[in-house]
Design a protein around this ligand. Sequence first.
Ligand code: 87F
Length: 541
Amino acid sequence: MAGGEKKKSGGGGKKKEVKKETGLGLSFTKDENFGEWYSEVVVNGEMIEYYDISGCYILRPWAMSIWENMQTFFDAEIKKMKVKNCYFPLFVSPGVLQKEKDHIEGFAPEVAWVTKSGESDLEVPIAIRPTSETVMYPYYSKWIRGHRDLPLKLNQWCNVVRWEFSNPTPFIRSREFLWQEGHTAFATKEEADTEVLQILELYRRIYEEFLAIPVTKGRKSELEKFAGGLYTTSVEAFIPNTGRGIQGATSHCLGQNFAKMFEINFENEKGEKSMVWQNSWAYSTRTIGVMVMVHGDNKGLVLPPKVAALQVIVIPVPYKDADTQGIFDACAATVATLSDDGIRAEADLRENYSPGWKYSNWEMKGVPLRIEIGPRDLANNQVRAVRRDNGEKTDISRVFLVEQVKGMLDKIQQNLFDVAKQKRDACIEVVKTWDEFVKALGQKKLILAPWCDEEEVEKDVKTRTRGEMGAAKSLCTPFEQPELPEGYCISRRKEYEVKAKYRILYVLYNSLLSQRKYYAGTKCFASGKPAKKWTYWGRSY
Ligand code: 87F
């Protein structure tokens, strides 16, 4: 299991010094003890500080700036879609929370309550939002009257609290986290359907273009969808080290379920009373955890240039009798040149640390590009650039500094994605039978299997794979579907006859199919019934 609470006094697992000489190294390697490695990387990389309440973490500026860089992109994109930002209160009254009780039922243990102020009990306890449907929708009901009030498209950037009990992990599973939650209402289902996919595409771009993480767009199964909605789409990422899938972000079509509950009605153009169609969508600070898990290495964080607070760190490498002031000036000038062109660069001019110590320090923090300037570089009017992702060293003439650095940052961004995709793809296993499925699961694979799409079968898969590592479940049905040969071995006419014959005993007909007597098309890996789709399966976070 990845992550986990940071253990006091060093953890307990076997320690392996990776970078003893600088005192900056990690005690665990990514391959040997992924959980401890992760905890150490987020702390030593100065993203997270552990807090004295379990499951709560301090987001330090290094993490917050990554969040802000994604936020800048997403916020601008949703504004183009005419979504407006707003802010609703943190607290939920119990009455309104109950209104959603069917859907909240499974979630109820995770809802945190305020029961006291000072020494006195509150007359009515107040819940802290785990999500804001019940907070917002009573006002949607009030604000939406006629078709001219539609669409209503609101978003809020906020924190939510879910009192999780299982294995808290920084970013990935914390009791309080930051997210954006979008809640929109439309006159027609078509408009809602369109928006679901537009938002999902933005989520894909956040992962693939900003975090350099390959994701799969798809639809959740009936068992895994948001129970309050009509259907759920998601982007799914994969962590090769743990062999676990991770839901990256979700975009739901809520249908008219909440409209019914909260009486969100409007008068349509014909003057008739209609119910709105709603969506909700969110991505959270979990994104940052996925990025750390996918790109981090035994030297620490590896940040994709597009989200890194600092893209270039410039380090002076003075020698005893060299022109130290000249080197320091060249560093400052390099930073100024890069900054002028919008590259996020800084110089580390601290005099009480050696260059070697600084290298390790900025490697731990994952800065994409390091620029070293020593006497030789000064003499040749050049700098030495070292890539964080692959260690590649290049001497760059200061004449071409900006264009070369920009080119290298782009290459790093692309390379991180390519390597991550290669590793993810190498974990994908296409299986056709239950035995293959179990074997692939044991090998920490991301499994693509033909499925009959029956809820009972998914429940059965969960039961049959229960164990210490957690059960397997469906991750998503990718929108991009490989071919699924149907190929009945009996003719359509024959099939019709069989169906007719067994009309009364339809169950028997189905069972004949599952016994593969009459069906030679692709079968469900778990039930043997005719497969309807290819679906990704695996253990997940
Ligand atoms: C935990 C406690 C109470 C998830 C919960 O995905 C309620 C819930 O409703 C809960 N955990 N959910 C589902 C959230 C659905 C939906 N909300 C808006 C989203 C996107 C943003």
